[in-house]
Design a binder for this molecule. Structure first.
Ligand code: WTA
Length: 631
């Protein structure tokens, strides 16, 4: 039976089958009790996991906004993600099924994954990596990225994964800021039939990073790469060493100890390294995945994000393993070599849950329903979306064309900072296409105006979260003040998300987009400042300003406005050259869609670029109030 739709076509009710299977049948009841006592709800969730030492207090808020969840507890996320499964029937269950772009298949039972993680943990220790040290991971979507992350966590080292689609400058900045001792990478990766030369990029990036002592290289493509004696080692050589085998103890961590850092773009300046911790993060990610995607033992779950972003951290790697589930990972792009690549994989591997981004859905939608229709997608039972608002047209196509009207779509709104879902339905919640519905259990959200006053339903304002939640980033690496100022200062006692949104009369939230200088290109979060500094690093560019302009598939595309230095003349060739320059230095996703050469940029008298004016110009709209514009 397909979902029941309200007569006006606005609301999609779950089918009786979905309700029958759902872990939580009465959403309202649980939401009500969790909201009445969030700490009791979270303590109950935490009880489902194992701890070395129980907490003294569920939440210590004496130093807020530095909320300390499960204060006094000791744990390690790896104990719950791997160690405890070795003692149960999960030991022989598949933890990871991986398919390469060239159709290779690799599978890991919980036993095998644990074995390799132990080995690599021993290797890292032998390299001198200790609790609290940072390790940068820059890899393609292959199983070793998961192994490297988990091995770091096991020994208490802090992993800093840099997305493999970034390039030299982005990587270098992140290695430098994190002061990593070790970089784990691969010779290259396959993408759309081509080799991405990751090792070469690492060589360029570490040239100026004095903290890096060791580079460990996984062989993926097999093409020739330069190995620097005394610094570079092959992963497969290290894993064969006698020191790699044998038990590797899981480090006992305080719940509040850092697990990883992840750089993300903010309002101004350089990307910031958000820190997530072992205890609270573990509970939040486990609980949200359990309720929202309703993971069951027999599921084949596929989060088609990249491990290099928070979605991958929480919901490819940690969440599914905490659940003892089977997680599926595919190396390549959705449309290579043909637009049925994903549908083929769903059919062949019996995927039951598919979690992806609106940009991917829109990209696949362009090719029409004949591609998915060639495949048996009947194993699917729940779909998901994340990364940007999903337009109702794409939502409906996903629902009908892929889910065949049977599968509810979990539109999950959250952020690198939140670590876990914040606004999201669960399978039994009636859905409205384009709305991430309501706050997760224990959470409450509101729409506020500039001064912190409430905004009436139906009107746009700033999205703020009312209650602390366990998977929140605990700070910004080396910059706690920025953590306080950026998120917790605008509205005292509230978390300011940086998004604008509306709430409707039914209490459903509709996220509109960022209110700051963050651009979402194909769901990837980029800061205007980073793109602008890449632009001005080209010898012809004196000044630059970039904006995000709506794009049919990517959600937003980067438009750049550049002032040329004296002696350079504008031309299409120069625009292409500047685009290529940005792509080479920052990565292909950062490459501007369009470059316009201008004589001046609209600035306020204090010198701040008025992006609003550029946006209006790009869309051919009136420029609005320009009274603060400099002459
Ligand atoms: C946007 C990604 C609408 C939002 C997990 C947020 C969304 C930013 C949704 C965080 C959604 C994420 N609907 N917008 N379901 N999910 N966003 O840190 O603007 O890469 O602030 O985390 O993505 O991006 P980030």
């Amino acid at each position: 039976m397909t979902d029941r739709i309200s007569p006006d076509g606005e609301i999609y009710y779950p089918t009786p089958e979905v309700v029958a299977q759902a872990r939580v049948k009465d959403w309202d009841a649980l939401a009500k009790s969790a909201l009445a006592d969030p700490l009791a709800f979270w303590a109950g969730e935490a009880e489902e996991l194992e701890w070395y030492r129980r907490w003294d207090k569920v939440l210590d808020d004496s130093k807020k906004p530095f909320y300390k969840w499960f204060a006094g507890a000791q744990c390690n996320i790896i104990h719950n993600a791997l160690d405890r499964h070795q003692k149960t029937g999960k030991k022989n269950k598949l933890s990871l099924v991986w398919v390469g772009e060239r159709n290779e298949v690799r599978t890991y039972s919980y036993f095998a994954l644990n074995r390799d993680v132990c080995k690599f943990a021993n290797v890292l220790k032998a390299m001198g990596v200790k609790k609290g040290d940072r390790v940068t991971i820059y890899m393609p979507r292959i199983p070793e990225i998961v192994i490297a992350m988990l091995a770091c966590a096991k020994i208490g080292a802090i992993h800093s994964v840099v997305y493999g689609g970034f390039s030299v400058d982005a990587l270098q900045g992140r290695i430098e800021d994190s002061e990593s001792k070790v970089v784990v990478t691969a010779d290259g990766g396959f993408m759309n039939g081509k080799v991405v030369e990751l090792k070469k990029i690492v060589d360029d990036a570490v040239r100026h990073a004095p903290t890096v002592e060791t580079v460990i290289v996984v062989q993926r493509t097999g093409h020739e790469v330069r190995m620097e004696p005394g610094r570079d080692y092959w992963y497969h050589d290290l894993m064969k060493l006698p020191l790699a085998t044998g038990v590797s103890a899981t480090e006992v961590m305080d719940a509040y100890d850092p697990l990883y850092m992840l750089y993300t773009s903010g309002t101004t300046g350089k990307p910031k390294g958000l820190i997530h911790c072992h205890g609270g993060y573990m509970v939040g990610v486990y609980s949200t995945l359990k309720y929202v995607f309703d993971l069951k033992d027999e599921d084949r779950y596929w989060c088609a994000a990249d491990p290099g972003w928070v979605t991958g951290h929480s919901y490819i790697v940690y969440g599914p393993l905490l659940m003892g589930a089977t997680t599926f990972m595919y190396e390549g792009a959705p449309t290579y070599p043909y637009p049925n690549r994903w549908w083929h994989l769903v059919e062949k591997y019996g995927i039951t849950i598919l979690y992806t981004a609106p940009t991917a859905i829109r990209g696949l939608m362009r090719f029409g329903e004949s591609w998915p229709n060639r495949h048996d997608l009947s194993t699917l039972r729940i779909l998901g979306s994340v990364g940007e608002p999903i337009n109702p047209e794409a939502w409906k196509w996903y629902h009908r064309g892929i889910g065949k009207g049977r599968c509810p779509i979990m539109d999950t709104w959250w952020q690198t900072e939140t670590g876990m879902f914040q606004l999201t339905p669960t399978p039994v919640v009636p859905l409205k296409p384009g709305s991430a519905t309501r706050p997760f259990f224990g959470q409450d959200a509101e729409i506020l105006d500039e001064n912190g006053g409430p905004v009436p339903d139906g009107e746009e304002g700033f999205l703020a979260l009312k209650n602390p939640w366990p998977a929140a980033a605990i700070t910004i690496y080396k910059d706690p003040d920025r953590y306080v100022n950026q998120y917790w200062s605008k509205y005292p006692g509230r978390y300011m998300a940086g998004d604008s949104a509306k709430r409707d009369k039914d209490g459903y939230f509709w996220v509109i987009g960022r209110t700051d200088d963050v651009i979402k290109v194909s769901g990837y979060r980029l800061g205007t400042a980073e793109v602008e500094s890449a632009l001005v690093s080209h010898p012809a560019v004196a000044e630059a300003a970039v904006i995000g302009v709506s794009h049919e598939v990517k959600g937003q595309a980067i438009y750049a406005y550049c002032i040329l230095r004296k002696g350079f003349k504008e031309s299409e060739e120069l625009a292409d050259e500047v685009k290529a320059h940005v792509g080479k230095h920052m990565g292909p996703i950062v490459r501007p869609e369009k470059i316009t050469f201008v004589d001046s940029l609209p600035k306020t008298r204090s010198g701040k670029i008025m992006r609003r004016v550029l946006n209006a110009r790009a869309q051919g709209l009136p420029e609005g109030d320009v009274s603060t514009l400099e002459e």
